[in-house]
Design a protein around this ligand. Sequence first.
Ligand code: B12
Length: 511
Amino acid sequence: MIETKNMGGVVMIQPNTSLTGSFIRMLPLGVLYASSKIIKDGFSVDILDTRVVRSSWKEKLAGMIKDDTLVVGLSVMSGYSIIESVKISRFVKEKWPAVKVVWGGPHPTFSPDDVLLESAIDFAISGYGAEPFRQLMQNLINSEQALPFEQINGLSWRDENGLVHINKATNSFEFIHYEDIPYDLIENFQDYKHIDTDEKVFPMYSVMGCPYKCSFCSSPAQYSNIKKKWEQYPLEEIVEHIKFVKEKYGATFVYFIDDDSFVNLKHVEGIIDQLNEDKIKIKLGFRGARINEIIKMSDQFLEKLAAAGTNTMHIGIESGSNRLLKLMKKNTTVEQIVKVNQKLARHPEITVFYNFIVGYPTETLEETKQTRDLILRLVQDNPTCCVIPLNKPRPLPGTELYELAVSFGYQGPKTLEGWGEYDVESSDYRVEWLTEEHNKFIRMMFLCMYFIDNKILQLSKGRSLKYTFLKIMAALYKPVATFRFKYGIDKLLIEDIFYSFFNWLIKSSHP
Ligand code: B12
């Protein structure tokens, strides 16, 4: 807990995320960033991360709420996190009715309309949250500097007649200086792990925003009222931030959570040059890279990236159909993807992780099969590449995908709980505009994708029961998965039972 003048207490909660969240447990940056300004104003903040509590969150939360607690804040993604967040919000309201419940994070950002349908939630904040949260807190303590609700960016609230008001989110990026990120609120850094590694991972921004407009992505909607769509963090700030987390917290890996780090190759080159000059040795990972950018990277550039410690790069490929790539606005072709993958295969120090989406509106079964064929080709040409479990489309309001899906009769969830059950990572998630046959094929691909490459064997040391089980499964099942995948055999999917059981096991047995 960080305490200064004690203006009152705030408990910030990071709820569980879906299946990926149990393998990639990142520092809860949403709650850390959102708390950065209220701490400076003198509020005391505690963090409860339900992904890492060993007992029940109810007991832990009850121990954290004090007489001076004013607010419980939750950082909520669309999907599974909503279910737990609603339970927590109701628990708080039932036990401590005077404590205000505030939701922030991706779900209130993209779909604020449904959040206040839940009576246990008092406020929601859409978009960048540190400054609006500060304004809300000032308002709740009746400070003289407080702005009225109508003037707080991104705030949603209920008036005395129960009418919901929704303000537009802020129209600029929120840059938080690294020394203002309250890392000391983290109880135990060992709780945060990426898959089965020993790395001490620090997620970090090097840029804000994205100049591209991929039709499935929520970012263009998030930045819709921000004029300049992409801005770099100053080079010195990034390098100082890296030095700081390395020296103070023993960071061994910096994972850039940017939407797109490589819009300007010189920016990344500048970071690694400076790290080299300052003799800072640390591993690096990039979450945002595009094929049309990697085309411009020379082998020397990739060598330089690898030599600076880069071992991870996430690339959105999305489809094996040129028609769909165009529809998704990926500015690339299948032929270019194959070439880029061959280039990346010459740099095996950098493990590349490929993302795909299947079941897009207008996608034919034939086109899904083209994606399947592309995946097989990529794995064959580059044996160290890893294919991320398939993404199925989940149209979020404000995206082009949403408009397209609506034109196919899609209505989307109408309630908060509906959004909670709308979990793209669950095995029974069906794309509603596709035929049963097409959905079945996608389900087969989804289940086999875990095993058709070497990702589980490559990334897991198999130290815990969970990873030992996965490694054995991966070794035994790979030939069957590859056969199914290659020949499109979607009959008798007994794997489905294992996946659902495993999903349930992981969700019910955290940490
Ligand atoms: C890390 C990450 C994850 C982690 C988990 C994140 C977590 N919170 O634990 C993992 C790997 C598990 C994950 C999984 C998925 N993710 Co993800 N992920 C991210 C990523 C890269 C970084 C999140 C982050 O830390 N951001 C930094 C913080 C500072 O930003 P922030 O959370 O937005 O917080 C700010 C505001 O939202 C607000 N705020 C946040 N919390 C709170 C709380 C209060 C009380 C207040 C007042 C304000 C507030 O203030 C903060 C400062 O301004 C983002 C992209 C991005 N760059 O943000 C995508 C992103 C959040 N993920 C996304 C998606 C789609 C997914 C997946 C479906 C997989 C996929 N296809 O990408 C899965 C599903 C997970 C699920 N539903 O359970 C979408 C969000 C969609 C949505 N509506 O939920 C994003 C935005 C990427 C994108 N553009 O598509 N993800």
